[in-house]
Design a protein around this ligand. Structure first.
Ligand code: NDP
Length: 247
């Protein structure tokens, strides 16, 4: 079990799904966790769960697509806990449609949350981590950002962009002792995927060599490894958590 005692983590979109699982995993390793979400009730529910397990947690309402709110989130973490060791860019949305039916608003919103949101949070966190001469950033990308998916041009572009952001930032921040990586989950069972048509879910299983959907905890355990000292020589990488879907 990794030891994250005395470390401070910010997880965006932590009110449910993969973000919740990451928050729980890192808290179990001893980290204080700032749970931010546009859905404050969700973030507060998860903060209560963490506190019941004996962890230190703070819930914040943040829309990551808003530059000022992302900055305030990082400033609040630092003012309450004195430092920032780990940032997990997890907040993300889908607005799927074939390109000829995809409205401008749905394109803009997906890019604003999934890509600009990560930029907003990284920019604020990088300042703190560079001064500290240490820190770790992990962004939740997607296999779709690597292999593409019909009906998800906006989402795939945002996740491919996130991978480019990750690699560039890893190069920028390595001299300051800050590591930056991404994970690319495949088909994970959460609220985001629960309304997919049954046929789509079955189609996924035919291309997943491990023959099962992933769980949020599968992603959380990989994130726990990437933020730990065990991964101290790993930066600029994209770790696939997809049952072998993309290889
Ligand atoms: P969920 O939809 O279950 O959870 C996402 C959380 O992020 C929700 O609480 C949501 O709030 C919140 N959120 C949405 N917009 C914003 C915003 N602007 N600012 C802050 N928080 C926001 O998704 P998952 O847990 O499934 O996904 C988490 C991440 O993993 C996403 O980045 C997703 O793209 C990625 N991913 C997921 C996969 C999957 O199969 N599930 C596969 C690959 C990647 P609200 O409920 O109010 O919208």
């Amino acid at each position: 079990m990794s030891n994250l005692k005395h470390q401070v983590t910010v997880v965006t979109g932590a009110g449910r799904g993969i973000g919740r699982a990451i928050a729980l995993e890192l808290a179990t390793c001893g980290s204080t966790v700032v749970l931010s979400d546009i859905d404050i009730e969700g973030a507060e529910r998860v903060a209560s769960e963490l506190k019941e397990l004996g962890g230190k947690a703070l819930a914040l309402k943040t829309d990551v697509s808003d530059f000022g709110q992302a900055q305030e989130m990082i400033e609040r973490a630092v003012s309450d806990y004195g430092r920032l060791d780990i940032l997990v860019n997890n907040a993300g949305i889908t607005r799927d449609n074939l390109i000829v039916r995809l409205g401008e608003e749905d394109w803009d919103r997906v890019i604003a949350v999934n890509l600009k949101g990560a930029f907003n949070c990284c920019r604020a966190a990088a300042k703190v981590m560079m001064k500290q001469r240490g820190g770790v950033i992990v962004s939740i990308a997607s296999v779709v950002g690597v292999m593409g998916n019909a009906g998800q041009t906006n989402y795939a572009a945002s996740k491919a962009g996130l991978i480019g952001l990750t690699k560039s930032l890893a190069k920028e921040l390595a001299p300051r002792g800050v590591r930056v990586n991404a994970v690319a989950p495949g088909y994970i069972e959460t609220e985001m995927t629960k309304d997919l048509p049954e046929a789509a879910k079955e189609a996924f299983l035919t291309v997943i060599p491990l023959k099962r959907p992933g769980q949020p905890e599968d992603v959380a355990r990989a994130v726990r490894f990437l933020v730990s000292e065990d991964a101290s020589y790993i930066t600029g990488q994209v770790v696939h958590i997809d049952g072998g879907m993309v290889m």
